[in-house]
Design a protein around this ligand. Structure first.
Ligand code: CA
Length: 225
């Protein structure tokens, strides 16, 4: 993996980049957000680790410009402790994940590994898990090549969950991602979509577990017996 770390604190940039390199990853460091959209385009990074608090344009603006120019490079945000709004803003802005500062390097490395695995599963603009394949551009899904007949909403829930497979997704995350600006979506509606999807993805060897009080977790079903 080729990683761009955007962090203005020299000590943190140094310790973080050293830890990333110890995993065999190649790392560039930038102390500012401005040059990021340009450099990402040129260098084809596999991942950008982006601090929110930066001199000049901040992490959110950097992310916005990246997505505006069409970059789909995964972004992991480094957000301040307890700034729930920051995390939501980052995820809504198209970040894949976030790590809260101050973080243990082991946690950051674990998150990066998850993103690495996810990137490997991604083949062009499709997501694949088990026998399920979701085409993000065509907004279609299939199991073993057999198209799934899904409503637009069901497809959105499925794509959102598949992109975060192996991680807990809260109902709130789902509501935020699925509902438009001008509409409300109830928890009940989310529950209905999830329960319908459960039946649909079962033949692909997948399941959606309810994690009480937290949300849902999409994963491969363990083999029977
Ligand atoms: Ca900072």
């Amino acid at each position: 993996m080729y990683i761009l770390l955007v962090e203005d604190d020299p000590e943190l940039a140094e310790s973080t980049s050293r830890a990333l390199r110890s995993q065999g990853w190649k790392v560039d460091v930038s102390a500012r957000g401005e040059p990021v959209p340009r450099s990402v385009k040129q260098d084809a990074y596999d991942l950008v680790i982006l601090d929110v608090g930066l001199p000049g344009i901040d992490g959110f603006e950097t992310l916005r410009r990246l997505r505006e120019q069409g970059s789909r490079t995964p972004v992991l945000m480094l957000t301040a402790r307890d700034a729930v709004e920051d995390r939501v803003r980052g995820l809504e802005g198209g970040a894949e994940d976030y790590v809260v500062k101050p973080f243990a390097l082991a946690e950051l490395l674990a998150r990066v590994r998850v993103l690495e695995r996810r990137a490997r599963r991604r083949d062009g603009d499709t997501l694949q898990m088990g026998a399920l394949r979701v085409d993000l551009d065509g907004r279609r899904a299939a199991i073993d090549g057999q198209p799934l007949d899904l409503s637009a909403r069901e497809w959105e829930v499925l794509a959102f969950m598949l992109a975060r497979a192996g991680k807990i997704v809260s109902k709130d995350d789902l509501m935020r991602s699925i509902a438009g600006w001008d509409e409300l979506m109830s928890e009940n509606a989310i529950e209905v979509y999830v329960s319908r999807l459960r039946g649909r993805i079962e033949p692909a060897g997948l399941r959606i577990r309810t994690i009480r009080g937290l949300g849902y977790l999409m994963e491969e079903r363990p083999p029977a017996g």
